[in-house]
Design a protein around this ligand. Sequence first.
Ligand code: FAD
Length: 484
Amino acid sequence: MTKASLCWFRDDLRLTDNPALASAVAHGRVLCLYVIDESDERRARGGASCWWLAQSLAALQADITAKGGKLLVVRGDPAELVPHIAAETGVDHIAWNRRYEGAAIALDKTLKEKLTGKGLRVESHNANLLNEPWDVTTKAGTPVKVFSPYWRAARLRGEPTAPRPAPKRIEALELPALLEAMMIDIEALGLEPTKPDWAGGLRAEWTPGEAGATSRLTTFLEGALGGYAEGRNRPDYLSTSKLSPHLRFGEIGPRQIWHATQLARESGQAAGQPADAEKFLTELGWREFSYHLLFHNPDLAKVNFNSRFDAFPWRDDDHALQAWQRGRTGYPMVDAGLRELWTTGWMHNRVRMIVASFLIKHLLIDWRRGEDWFWDTLVDADPANNAASWQWVAGSGADAAPYYRIFNPVSQGVKFDPDGVYVRRWVPEIAGLDDDTVHQPWLANAAQLDKTGITLGNTYPRPIVPLELGRERALAALATLKPA
Ligand SMILES: Cc1cc2nc3c(=O)[nH]c(=O)nc-3n(C[C@H](O)[C@H](O)[C@H](O)COP(=O)(O)OP(=O)(O)OC[C@H]3O[C@@H](n4cnc5c(N)ncnc54)[C@H](O)[C@@H]3O)c2cc1C
């Protein structure tokens, strides 16, 4: 064995504040590794995530090369590839940063035992959370089921440790020819869509990679953070950080965001009031809470957290599901959100809640079908945040929205998109309507429709379900559930 290390990258595609990489570099020469996981044991990434991954790996490869290192990208089952590559390179040390999905934990555990048994030193680190899910507990030492006490307990643990800088240099380990031959050209991975190429809107919107993440954070701290506490609910302008896909792929870590926010606040460089920064940090807390829930409930994306919902009378309605997916429900706020998602791979949080509530409550379609669609189309599709948020909206989750809360897409639109800027941007066929009807085109009179060239049911759909009927049907379905 040589004094050399394998640094296995997963959800941590960055050099800064990457403890596994720091440990590998401190150990000796390093081979950086990424495995495109093709095993059926773990949930496959959705289309938008694959697009992001291809860009992010290319950025990581360039960053590693610039430091003198080498990133080996291979495809297959990591359960076989990681021990094989360790053996071929003769490394005596392996480091990775932890993941928290049940299947990923199981894989890491098996690999740790196997590699340790072969005499390697195996290290796992925390790169992606402020607190490990098992470190925040109730006073009785059990998992926390409600956000506020969770976040109080997390805050009592003190400030997260300061992020560490990127290594100055990475000494690359020579690759045996056999491994060199396994190396995959990222561009040839086939992660980019071609037929059809639906990623034009994603390319226009995002810069995947560590540099893109850092630049998003700086822009946010100097701009939208001002007024964030209130403004974060407004989808009609850039009111949030849009850091979610960067966080999902670990191009930036929560400790970096935390300390940069505090530093900007103390130095007066951050826009806005202390309450804005506090609210922003609390949103990171929701992310932490989702991971806490996922760790303690590995089936969060499939199984109702609250088993009362197991008997819920969901409707099978593929026609309605498809209309929802394509943004053709006849409700502009819902349609705008789903079109924003389809075009850019992202949707504003307020609108995510509105469209999810509409699918679950007004259409009575199982939250898991919505979760699946988001999984496929979001660039930030996240095993913890997506599952926990869908369950939150359904009312089946931990600390969920009260089950009888049914978002009204019209009043939500009027409140959070008061000038109709957001719906006009994403549903251009109704842009000519005035502010009174742009959130409810069916109220426009014949003269208005005529003037704006709209034919309801033709150029824009009529409502797929009347709001009152949908609401009453949802309440009736919810009433069938046994009390908790
Ligand atoms: C139905 C539904 C599905 C969702 N699916 C995902 C998902 O797959 N991936 C994902 O990252 N977020 C998901 N969210 C949470 C939230 O909508 C996004 O994190 C947020 O919109 C990302 O935008 P931002 O980075 O500008 O957020 P900001 O407001 O700038 O917040 C900063 C960060 O805090 C975290 N955060 C913010 N809000 C939440 C929240 N409600 N729950 C958990 N973490 C939060 C995110 O990591 C976010 O990047 C979902 C919400 C809903 C209602």
